[in-house]
Design a protein around this ligand. Structure first.
Ligand SMILES: NC(=O)c1ccc[n+]([C@@H]2O[C@H](COP(=O)([O-])OP(=O)(O)OC[C@H]3O[C@@H](n4cnc5c(N)ncnc54)[C@H](OP(=O)(O)O)[C@@H]3O)[C@@H](O)[C@H]2O)c1
Length: 260
């Protein structure tokens, strides 16, 4: 199926590792020109090379989305290079393992930082991109949330932040002046996805037997997801073909989540 997004311009925040990188590569496979931003230089350079190898134009920017000035700088660089943006994927997020199990032992700063990383960064990029999408009468905005953006569970600061990201997309999907100008707003809610060098891998290495038992117990498929399994759904939602999908929160979790 031709997704109809060849030559569009896309920005994937945190597109240099894990789910974000898989999304960036998957959009490039569809012929999109892709910008990514993240903090660590070797990852940025490696992703830039991989995007270039797919024959698309790309931009790889070192930036920290916790810093408002960095967000503005990333966006300005994209606009300077391409003049507009068609697809925004707010992928940077996390904090599900930050703080302590015990809410009383967890500093208030954790709540604020998790909110800032997931929610404020999304809001800031959305505000910057909307005028361009409205003008060109076409846009796709996707927040990468979590099953805990759809139901109660996990650590509360993460649950709140991911839910807020989902609400942001649903709320904007109701704004007639935006959606009647060809912009859609959706959330993709991954379940546990195995990413090298992150929390799941640490847990697996610590106690492989307990980890396997946990997978068997909690995950209907008996396994974690792969970043590419999330990326292919995101690419479809960002496509011309998904024009009626607006305000959706789509689980990509092998039915790990319990919500309908
Ligand atoms: N993996 C899962 O099981 C899972 C489950 C549900 C939801 N999610 C969600 O999926 C999204 C991606 O998670 P992931 O597991 O793929 O994470 P990951 O592998 O750790 O990748 C995160 C990406 O974001 C970048 N990044 C992190 N903090 C940043 C910051 N402050 N400014 C700019 N870039 C930053 C990272 O690069 P640098 O570190 O170099 O900056 C990296 O490119 C998150 O929103 C997460 O909450 C993941």
């Amino acid at each position: 199926m031709d997704l109809g997004i060849k030559n569009k311009y896309a920005l994937v925040t945190g597109g240099t590792h894990g789910i974000g990188k898989a999304i960036a590569l998957s959009l490039a496979d569809e012929g999109c020109n892709v910008a990514v931003c993240s903090r660590t230089f070797p990852r940025i350079r490696e992703t830039q090379e991989q995007l270039k190898a797919k024959g698309v134009d790309c931009l790889a920017i070192q930036a920290d989305v916790m810093i408002k000035e960095d967000i503005n700088r990333v966006f300005n660089m994209v606009i300077e290079k391409w003049g507009t943006l068609h697809i925004l994927v707010n992928n940077v997020g996390g904090g599900g393992r930050w703080g302590k199990e015990d809410i009383e032992a967890t500093d208030e700063k954790v709540w604020q930082e998790v909110y800032e990383k997931n929610v404020m960064s999304s809001i800031r990029f959305v505000k910057l991109v909307i005028p361009y999408m409205r003008k060109q009468k076409w846009g796709r905005i996707v927040n990468i949330t979590s099953i805990y953006g759809r139901e109660a569970g996990g650590r509360p600061w993460f649950n709140i932040a991911k839910t807020a990201q989902t609400v942001l997309m649903k709320n904007l999907s109701l704004k007639k002046d935006l959606v009647r100008n060809g912009i859609t707003f959706n959330s993709i809610a991954p379940g546990g996805i195995m990413i090298p060098d992150t929390g799941w891998e640490v847990e697996q290495k610590k106690d492989p037997v307990a980890f396997r038992a946990m997978l068997n117990e909690k995950f209907p498929l008996g396994r974690l997801g792969k970043p590419e399994e999330v990326a292919s759904v995101v690419a479809f939602i960002c496509s011309e073909k998904a024009s009626l999908v607006n305000g959706a929160s789509i689980p990509v979790d092998g039915s790990e989540g319990r919500s309908f």
